[in-house]
Design a protein around this ligand. Structure first.
Ligand code: COA
Length: 340
């Protein structure tokens, strides 16, 4: 979708936060039947971070948000809207309000987006709509997940992949526009391939009226069909990127950075290969953090800004994919302009 710009959305600053505790492949191989060689060659992951029990997702999200605020030279009261993308919220009614309180953003309205690994991308696109219609001036988008609390630590096919983290971005209404276009997709028919589903207890589903107790149950651990998710990502993400670039009449040669959701190094390479984008343009930090779900894109984006990799006019193609199943692309051309 090519955007007809009313007001410009500019990425003013980013931030990120990860817990200090590192879980290496070597440590994991003492918990489940796996090895550093298997994990490294199949996924590219060397270690991931784990949030200690006494810390909450709000602590992580607030650290990332405060870093973005500092980098933007903005005060929390300047923020009009907070969008928290998370699928491991500590309150099913939403956690953005807790984040609003934690960072003292007293003028901000807040809401959650639950879309797993695509959550931050959807949050950034949603935020840009509010900016472009002129509704809000400064919007904070945070992607945070602590899937370590939702994986089955005895299931070697999933527990090796995920890590905890948070990343944030602030977008602002400015004259120049960084957000060129996007594409978002959902295939709900394949939702079963990756889910944390709610399961009723057997009594709750009893057909006998007399035996029936109030419906109750609990959430299962994260369940995933790795092969199907792999095929889904490698087939759909390049198509989504091509479609977005074609509409904007941008060639893959013009791309400065390909920033994909950090799920698996092999997925990053396969997508880049299908688009003939050289490896040096592919952003990757999966070795250090694993798959941090909604946090992976903003953590990687923040790293790019911190390292001075993104320069004025650079075109960054950001693509997310994951549970839902959902996937999408956002094309950004970053303008190194002063915030207003
Ligand atoms: N350590 C050692 N062996 C493992 C293992 C582990 N952690 N996990 C699985 N295995 C074994 C399997 O039991 C299987 O053994 P078998 O051949 O004796 O049956 C073998 O390794 C191959 O398993 P398979 O599931 O076919 O491996 P794979 O090459 O598909 O890799 C994933 C598995 C999960 C790494 C890969 O499918 C993947 O990355 N999928 C995408 C997942 C993803 O990105 N999810 C998040 C999206 S947001």
């Amino acid at each position: 979708m090519k955007l007809s710009t009313l007001a410009g959305s500019h990425i003013v600053a980013t931030g990120s936060a990860v817990p200090d505790i590192k879980i290496s492949n070597e440590i994991l191989s003492r918990i489940v039947d796996t090895s550093d060689t298997w994990i490294s060659t199949r996924t590219g992951i060397k270690e991931r971070r784990l949030l200690p029990k006494h810390k909450s997702i709000i602590d992580l999200a607030a650290d990332a948000a405060n870093e973005a605020l500092d980098n933007a030279l903005l005060s929390p009261s300047d923020i009009d809207l907070i969008i928290l993308a998370t699928s491991s919220q500590n309150d099913l009614f939403g956690s953005a309000s807790q984040l609003q309180a934690a960072i003292k953003a007293k003028n901000a309205m807040g809401f959650d987006i639950t879309a797993a690994c695509s959550g931050f991308l959807i949050g950034l696109i949603t935020a840009s709509q509010f900016i472009q219609t002129g509704s809000y001036k400064n919007i904070l988008i945070v992607g945070a997940d602590i899937l370590s609390r939702w994986v089955d630590w005895s299931d070697r096919s999933t527990c090796i992949l995920f890590g905890d983290g948070a990343g944030a971005a602030i977008i602002q209404n400015t004259q120049k526009n960084d957000i060129l276009g996007f594409h978002l997709n959902t295939n709900g028919a394949e939702a079963k391939q990756l889910s944390i589903s709610y399961q009723y207890s057997p009594e709750a589903t009893s057909s006998s009226y007399r035996q029936q107790s109030p419906p109750s149950g609990r959430y299962n651990y994260l369940r995933m069909n790795g092969k199907e998710v792999y095929k889904f990502a490698v087939s759909n993400v390049p198509k989504s990127i091509k479609k977005s670039l074609n509409e904007l009449q941008i060639s893959t040669d013009d791309i400065s950075w390909l920033l994909l959701h950090q799920a698996n190094q092999r997925i990053l390479e396969a997508v880049a290969d299908k688009l003939s984008i050289p490896t040096e343009k592919v952003v990757s930090n999966i070795a250090q953090y694993g798959n941090t779900s909604a946090a992976s894109i903003p953590i990687a984006l923040n790293e790019c800004f911190e390292k001075g990799k993104i320069c004025n006019g650079d075109i960054i193609v950001i693509a997310g994919f994951g549970a839902g199943l959902t996937w999408g692309t956002l094309v950004v051309q970053w303008n190194a302009i002063e915030s207003n």
